[in-house]
Design a protein around this ligand. Structure first.
Ligand SMILES: C=CC1=C(C)c2cc3[nH]c(cc4nc(cc5[nH]c(cc1n2)c(C)c5CCC(=O)O)C(CCC(=O)O)=C4C)c(C)c3C=C
Ligand SMILES: [Fe+2]
Ligand SMILES: [Fe+2]
Length: 343
């Protein structure tokens, strides 16, 4: 029997610094997130980051935490429940980090009689630190604990026309009757090094002005290309004029060069250049989370107001919107009957 495992990033069990430290320890010790040799990674994460960051992150989590729990997890559960109502096969939910493990999710499916799993990383764009770490871990767990099941993974869906349509419609509906001067597409950042590492051609990704627009096999695994494509395709669909939108990357951690331009500096620059009303959309996240509710909706807004900006509209993620539920359920139903199309 077929079954679905939706996988998102995960959150701490609570906004308590102790739980945040445990969660960050697991997350940042992942070799696909902080991709340096084990000894250096341990020294950096356990010796430096975990001594200071958990307190700071816990304070941020406290600002956005809901009575039901972490927004990212609550929203992912709502999505799972709504999809389950539209498909005939079992749908489970797991998180890459934290208590809702992929192992438990696979076990739940196996207990229901599933032996063919469609692994569905909830990320529109491929990244080593998201899609790849999920698929690699799921395969390791399969080999070790579930050798009698098969796992097929849903690839990044950043350029699927029906996804672009749902995203564009969501943006349009949130901007209805609003006068905005600029729409910023802010994606989670990654270190530039991750882009080069994921380049299957080993020579295409120069992270310059043009490589991401020059067709290449590398783009199947190029996070930067896939982010820029989402912006381009949505802008085309919504007929946005060139100077009225742009792309930036948020949530930088550490001192390595990450993808440019940075979101916080872009918001500041836009405000200083006289943009009075701006909107911001975050298409690397399908569920609202710390990075959208705190870093963008709170910190981003504060930066914009400090430099003279006025209206700052944060467009919610697709979350459990009916159109997004229909989209994912449609893809799942197609796979249930045949095989899902790959990009
Ligand atoms: C959308 C995809 C994401 C990518 C790519 C990504 C890369 C990445 N992240 C860090 C470090 C942190 N990320 C944190 C939170 C966080 N990151 C994502 C998504 C991506 N991360 C989400 C959805 C969240 C929010 C989780 C939630 O519970 O709401 C954090 C924790 C918060 C903080 O202290 O800032 C860290 C740390 C790195 C190093 C990285 C590298 C590629
Ligand atoms: Fe992150
Ligand atoms: Fe590129």
């Amino acid at each position: 029997m077929k079954g679905i495992l939706l996988v998102n990033l995960g959150s701490p069990d609570s906004p308590d610094p102790k739980d945040v430290k445990k969660y960050l320890g697991e997350f940042l010790m992942d070799e696909r997130v902080i991709d340096i040799p084990l000894v250096a990674r341990t020294a950096l994460v356990k010796g430096i980051i975990l001594n200071t960051r958990p307190k700071q992150s816990a304070a941020a989590y406290k600002k956005i935490w809901w009575d039901e729990g972490s927004p990212l997890i609550v929203i992912s559960e709502r999505l799972q429940n709504k999809i389950q109502q539209q498909v005939d096969i079992p749908v489970s939910l797991a998180m890459r980090y934290g208590s809702m493990t992929i192992k438990k999710g696979l076990q739940e499916l196996v207990d229901k009689g599933v032996d063919e799993v469609l692994l569905f990383p909830l990320y529109p764009q491929f990244a080593m630190a998201t899609t790849e770490t999920i698929t690699v871990l799921a395969e390791e767990l399969r080999q070790q604990y579930f050798p009698n099941i098969s796992i097929e993974s849903v690839p990044a869906f950043y350029n699927k026309p029906d996804y672009i349509e749902v995203l564009s419609n969501s943006i349009k509906s949130h901007l209805e009757n609003k006068q905005i001067d600029h729409l910023l597409f802010s994606y989670h950042g990654v270190p530039e090094r991750h882009i080069r590492k994921s380049d299957v051609t080993k020579s295409h990704c120069k992270i310059d002005g043009s490589c991401c627009e020059t067709p290449s096999k590398a783009h199947e695994f190029c996070y930067r290309h896939q982010c820029l494509e989402v912006t381009r395709l949505v802008a085309k669909k919504l007929d946005l004029k060139e100077a009225t939108y742009s792309t930036s990357f948020q949530s930088r951690l550490g001192f390595d060069p990450w993808l440019l331009p940075y979101t916080d500096r872009t918001i500041e620059r836009l405000g200083k250049q006289g943009v009075k009303n701006m909107a911001i959309v975050t298409p690397a996240f399908v569920s609202d989370c710390l990075e959208t509710l705190e870093e963008i909706a709170m910190e981003g807004q504060e930066i914009f107001h400090e430099v003279g900006g006025q209206d700052f509209i944060t467009i919610p993620c697709l979350n459990d919107d009916v159109a997004f539920v229909d989209l994912l359920s449609n893809w799942i139903n197609k796979w249930t009957n045949t095989k899902i199309e790959t990009t």
